[in-house]
Design a binder for this molecule. Structure first.
Ligand code: NDP
Length: 433
């Protein structure tokens, strides 16, 4: 029985995990007896706060801030901040819940948490973003610390926002505590590869799944939804491995080019110029923009949903299977609906669930914390090699667990059980807390 009433995203995430734990629970009844499941589904702490700020016209605005400190069995709470109008406590709980298992899979000492605000950064000036971030951190700072709770970015929170948040934390606490936030700039404690990590990691994970089937990215048509941080670097790595990225999207629609998109041009458009994806087609004969359409109508061998939750529904999955998709890697958190996931698993598609496939971001955040703790900074190639190793280990852990529990090739079950066992065993060791 989940608490707090109507929280559809949290309920969806919790049911998916709990249902796939069945084989582990019947083999290990001690988990049921010790109340681990009840404790896992109830966050250790939920913080909701007012974020007042002044817009450019001098008007006072009020948003709501959230931080859900879900589980600290394995380490300090760790998970990103999302700024998007769709944010509410149920969305943050779903993301925090997923984060517990994802962080466990990385093998690093990280607990699970998530936070954010219903603030909409779109169309805001730089000064408005800064004042919002300062107000947000003025309240949140009392809950943070490198050994307590370490936020990072997510949708709507990138390096600029992390900078304003870190600046305010430093000012209030009078401490240069680099390890309190990750996703920092390279000059002030950030790690090489953090920007690329989630997208690259997703592709490394899919590459491992394909390898078990004697296949790879080379020569494959790839569709990547979204055109934000995760999508851009997933597309870049897919291209580096020999794939052709045919389509990408944003909330306005998708661009498709049978000759392959110029991923670097998409990156420049979104990251440097802050433009909309439909501007990409200007002056490009073979590319077209489909307003409001479903990107999953574009036939491909490899699909990488990298935008947001529940963006790939049952009918889209059926279309992808009919068009011959062989692998799906979730760069976003829970982009695939439960029905769509079932379609992929039944069709024998190699399906990499987000908590495994997109764990490269938080893993590299963990590496950023290691560098901060030792006052060191590592080179790009070394950090990238560590990321790639971690993704291969996560893949192997999920693959092996699925096999041990009688569902070979089912990475959803493998990821859920492997992550759960690590957290649950630790909770048993630490007593009823
Ligand atoms: P960004 O804000 O950088 O990009 C989000 C992208 O998704 C944008 O292209 C945005 O388009 C699109 N998008 C957002 N909402 C919708 C929607 N309702 N319909 C269609 N498109 C939408 O975020 P990230 O790339 O950082 O995050 C993307 C996903 O990856 C999220 O699920 C996040 O939780 C997950 N993730 C991110 C990690 C990271 O390191 N950044 C780590 C692990 C997971 P538009 O600009 O039009 O809104």
């Amino acid at each position: 029985q989940l608490r707090d009433g109507h929280q559809p995203e949290f309920s969806q995430a919790a049911h998916e995990v709990l249902e796939s734990l069945e084989p582990a629970l019947s083999r290990h009844p001690e988990y049921l007896k010790s109340g681990v499941l009840e404790r896992l589904c109830e966050p250790e702490r939920q913080i909701i706060f007012r974020v007042p700020w002044v817009d450019d016209s001098g008007e006072v605005r009020v948003n709501r801030g959230f931080r859900v400190e879900f589980n600290s069995a394995l380490g300090p709470y760790k998970g990103g901040l999302r700024f998007h109008p769709s944010v509410n406590i149920g969305v943050i709980k779903f993301l925090g819940f997923e984060q517990i298992f994802k962080n466990a899979l990385t093998g690093l000492p990280l607990g699970g948490g998530k936070g954010g605000s219903d603030f909409d950064p779109k169309g805001k000036s730089d000064g408005e973003i800064m004042r919002f971030c300062q107000s947000f951190m003025t309240e949140l700072h009392r809950h943070l610390g490198e050994y307590t709770d370490v936020p990072a970015g997510d949708i709507g929170v990138g390096r600029r926002e992390i900078g304003y948040l870190f600046g305010q934390y430093k000012r209030i606490t009078n401490r240069y505590e680099s390890g309190v936030l990750t996703g920092k700039g390279l000059n002030w404690g950030g790690s090489q590869v953090r920007t690329e990590a989630t997208g690259y990691g997703t592709v490394y994970f899919v590459e491992e799944m394909l390898r078990t089937r004697g296949a790879g990215f080379d020569g494959s048509r790839v569709v990547v939804s979204g055109s934000g941080n995760v999508a851009i670097y997933a597309a870049r790595k897919a291209e580096e491995l020999g794939g052709t990225v045919i389509a990408m999207s944003d909330s306005g629609g998708y661009v498709v080019d049978e000759a392959g998109l110029d991923v670097e041009a998409v990156r420049e458009l979104k990251e440097v110029r802050g433009g909309r994806l439909k501007e990409y087609v200007e002056g490009r004969g073979s590319a077209k923009f489909v307003e409001g359409g479903s990107i999953w109508d574009v036939p491909c061998a490899i699909a990488l949903p990298c935008a947001t939750q529940n963006e790939l529904a049952d009918d889209a999955a059926t279309t992808l299977v009919r068009n011959g998709v062989t692998a799906v890697g979730e760069g976003a958190n829970m982009p695939t609906t439960p029905g769509a996931m079932k379609v992929f698993l039944e069709a024998g598609v190699a399906f990499g669930p987000g908590k495994a496939a997109n764990a490269g971001g938080v893993a590299t955040s963990g590496l950023e914390m290691q560098q901060n703790a030792s006052r060191d900074s590592w080179h790009f190639d070394y950090t990238d090699a560590r990321l790639s190793e971690i993704m291969a280990d996560i893949h192997e852990g999920c693959r092996e667990t699925a096999e041990v529990y009688g569902a070979p090739g089912n990475y959803v079950l493998g990821a859920n059980i492997a992550g759960f066992i690590k957290v649950a065993d630790t909770m048993l060791d630490l007593g009823v807390i």
